[in-house]
Design a binder for this molecule. Structure first.
Ligand code: ATP
Length: 296
């Protein structure tokens, strides 16, 4: 990377149009069968040379304390490829709600991998696909984007064609939920499926997709998210009252979202919800160019 080169990209959040979860495997990870959809609610990332005298890559990410997954992604890229450019500074402006079930940290990690590959002069470097899974279960999908059937523990990503709904009304919560705690609660309730039940549900979902049908609006983590964060139930009810189809928890929550046939109807419903839910926002499927890397 030449000193003057500054790269930008965006990191789209995801929602799970359907999320089926199995009992934990021997290694403790939960298998899942899910339809992921990238949306145009996205963080902004900027990669540039670090100031003179800086000895290591650094990240500025207001709102996030502690280790940043995007910095781990840069380190993984350097280690795997031998990329030895002088230290870089990564600046992240968070727009995706944090610890909210929208995969914001994973999206930043995937975006950091794309930025590093561009900076190294190797855009689309195939090694990115190998680096994604160890960074986090949602990172392989974030690297691919679009809509996809995701299985395994997140590492198998099968692209799907775009489809309805036209718009999503996303309602973030003031609360945060830690994903591991939600999985533990799902095990305790229990709301997870046996291996046989998950396999049968996957077969049903694949048939449905093959026939052009929409994924069923099911999230096996919803009971756990409601249990740990009771305001989730009220937010789902508010979405239904606002006219959203099939209100659902995204991922491990507490963000909820509902489907709308057209963007204008979703915008009107969002305006009606904002007195009670100030963060209510309309999202659409992320266009592929949203995640492109651009030179400033
Ligand atoms: P999941 O991908 O498990 O669904 P989530 O969407 O619920 O996660 P994130 O917003 O990705 O949650 O954040 C989970 C935790 O990861 C946060 O509590 C935060 O401390 C940590 N984290 C590390 N890096 C980032 C980042 N770049 N953006 C957001 N959170 C980050």
């Amino acid at each position: 990377m030449t000193p003057a080169r500054v790269l930008h990209t965006r990191a789209p959040a995801k929602v799970n149009l359907c999320l089926l979860v199995g009992q934990p495997r021997g290694d403790g990870y939960h298998p899942l069968v899910s339809v992921f959809q990238a949306v145009d609610l996205a963080d902004d990332l900027r990669l540039e040379p670090a100031p003179a005298g800086t000895v290591a890559d650094e990240v500025s990410c207001p709102g996030i304390d502690g280790p940043n997954l995007a910095l781990a992604a840069l380190a993984a890229y350097r280690l795997a490829t031998g990329w030895d450019a002088p230290p870089v500074r990564l600046t992240i402006v968070k727009r995706v709600p944090v610890a909210a079930g929208m995969g914001g940290g994973s999206a930043d990690a995937a975006a950091a991998l794309r930025l590093a590959a561009h900076a190294a002069g190797r855009p689309g470097d195939p090694v990115l696909a190998e680096l994604a899974p160890p960074l986090g279960a949602d990172v392989p999908f974030s690297l691919a984007g679009g809509r996809a059937l995701v299985t395994g523990v997140g590492e198998t990503v099968e692209p799907l064609p775009p489809g309805p709904p036209a718009a999503l009304l996303v309602v973030p919560s003031a609360a945060r939920l830690k994903t591991p705690a939600v999985y533990r609660e799902a095990d305790r309730l229990p709301s997870v499926r046996s291996a046989d039940a998950l396999a049968a549900a996957e077969a049903g979902l694949r048939d449905r997709i093959a026939m052009g049908g929409a994924p069923p609006a099911v999230n096996d983590l919803e009971p756990a998210a409601r249990s740990l964060c009771p305001s989730v139930g009220a937010a789902l009810a508010d979405l239904a009252a606002a006219g959203a189809q099939t209100p659902l928890v995204s991922g491990s929550g507490p963000t909820v979202f509902g489907r709308f046939e057209d963007v204008e109807a979703a915008r009107a419903a969002a305006a009606g919800l904002r007195p009670r839910h100030p963060g209510a926002v309309v999202a659409v499927a992320a266009p592929p160019e949203l995640a492109e890397v651009r030179t400033a």
